[in-house]
Design a protein around this ligand. Sequence first.
Ligand code: SAM
Length: 215
Amino acid sequence: MRDFDRARERMVDEQIARRGVRDDRVLAAMRRVPRHEFVSVAQEDQAYADYPLHIAEKQTISQPYIVARMCEAARIQSGDRVLEIGTGSGYGAAVLAELAAEVFTIERHDSLADAARLRLRNYPNVRVRSGDGTLGWPEQQPFDAIVVTAAGPAVPQPLTEQLTIGGRLVIPVDMRNRGQQLIRVTRTADDEYTEETLLPVVFVPLIGEWGRPER
Ligand code: SAM
C-alpha cells in the first residue's frame, strides 16, 4: 500500500467514521477518491489532514469530515442526479460522482472551473460549468440532491425550486447571531419544504444574485 493510500484509510477511520459518519457508501467513496490529486504538489503531504486547505482565488478545499457529513446529509442514492454549487478544486464533485449517477457542478471562478474540469477528466459522469450557482442549472433540473459548499445569507429560492419532490438541499447559511449553520431543506410536495439545522460550520462566502454581493 502506498503512503497516500495509507493516509487516506487513516483519514476515513479516524476523522470521519470515528466522528459518527455511518453511511457505508460515503465512507467507501471517501476511501476511493485520491484527495492528494486535488491539491497543489506543495500541499500533497497535507492532503489527508483534518482541516481545509487553501486553493487558488483565495478559496478552500473543505475539511474531509465536512465533505463526508454533507454527502451523508444529502442522502444520495446511486441513481441520483446531483448539483454541486462551488466546485473549487473538484474534490467534492469527485466524491459525489462515486455516489450518484450524474453530477453537475458550478464554480464562479473560471480559472478554478477550468482546473477542476481537467482534474475530473476521469469522471465521465461529472459536468463542470462556470457561472453563478445561486441560480442553479435550469436546463438540467430537477435534481435529487443539491450540495452548496459556500455560505450565503439565506437559502437561494432557485435552488429549492430545482429539487425533485423528495429532493434534498444541503447548504451552509449565515444565521447572524448563531453563526453559520449547515441546513437541510427537503422538498416534500410542489410547494412544501421542511428545514432542519444540522451543525455549525465555517465556509467561504456564497457570492451571487441569491448570495452575497461581490466586493
Ligand atoms: N467543493 C469544493 C472542493 O471540494 O474543493 C470546495 C469549494 S470552496 C469551500 C467554495 C467554492 O464556492 C469556492 O471555490 C467559491 O469560488 C465558490 N463559490 C462561491 N459562490 C459561488 C457561486 N455563486 N456559484 C458558484 N461557485 C461559488
